[in-house]
Design a protein. Structure first.
Length: 160
């Protein structure tokens, strides 16, 4: 399994956390591999990090609304696949949205995203008294333990 990126959006459609590990197929970015994870600091081909997050949110917003209109209120959008990547989606009861972009061969990661929410986000962000409840104006999650936990979780997932 190759993980390209991970996003967390709040209930106000703000991207409060984003992390990229590897370029999506077709992009020209190449980076050395460390611990099974490609670490890329440069943006994807022609897109800034903020623009990429906006496009991801717009995609999940549109697909989620389409699924609810076609299938009814009980149906949920879980993932979609293109020829180059697969996008996995998990929404919490408080309208936090967890999105992970992986290679096309990866199975559904809804349970993995739920584990990230319960084990990492709740423990290190929600229960942290120094972390803000809301993230206005683009102030994102700034918790080193959460970032390290996500990094270790994804690295451990790659080795399986």
């Amino acid at each position: 399994m190759v993980v390209y990126s991970f996003y967390v959006f709040d209930r106000h459609a703000e991207c409060i956390y984003k992390k990229r590990w590897a370029p999506r197929p077709g992009s020209s970015s190449k980076a050395p591999q460390a611990n099974g994870v490609l670490d890329v600091q440069s943006p994807f081909k022609g897109l800034s990090v903020e623009d990429d997050a906006k496009l991801v949110f717009g995609t999940i917003f549109s697909l989620r609304n389409m699924v609810r209109k076609l299938g009814g209120p009980d149906d949920n959008f879980i993932s979609y696949r293109t020829g180059h990547y697969k996008l996995h989606y998990y929404e919490t009861p408080t309208s936090l949205k967890f999105v992970m972009v992986t290679d096309t061969k990866t199975n559904n990661l809804r349970i993995v995203l739920h584990q990230i929410y319960v084990s990492l986000y709740v423990e290190y962000v929600i229960k942290n008294p120094l972390s803000p409840v809301e993230h206005p104006g683009g102030i994102g999650v700034n918790c080193e333990l959460f970032e390290l936990g996500v990094e270790q979780f994804v690295t451990a997932s790659l080795q399986n």
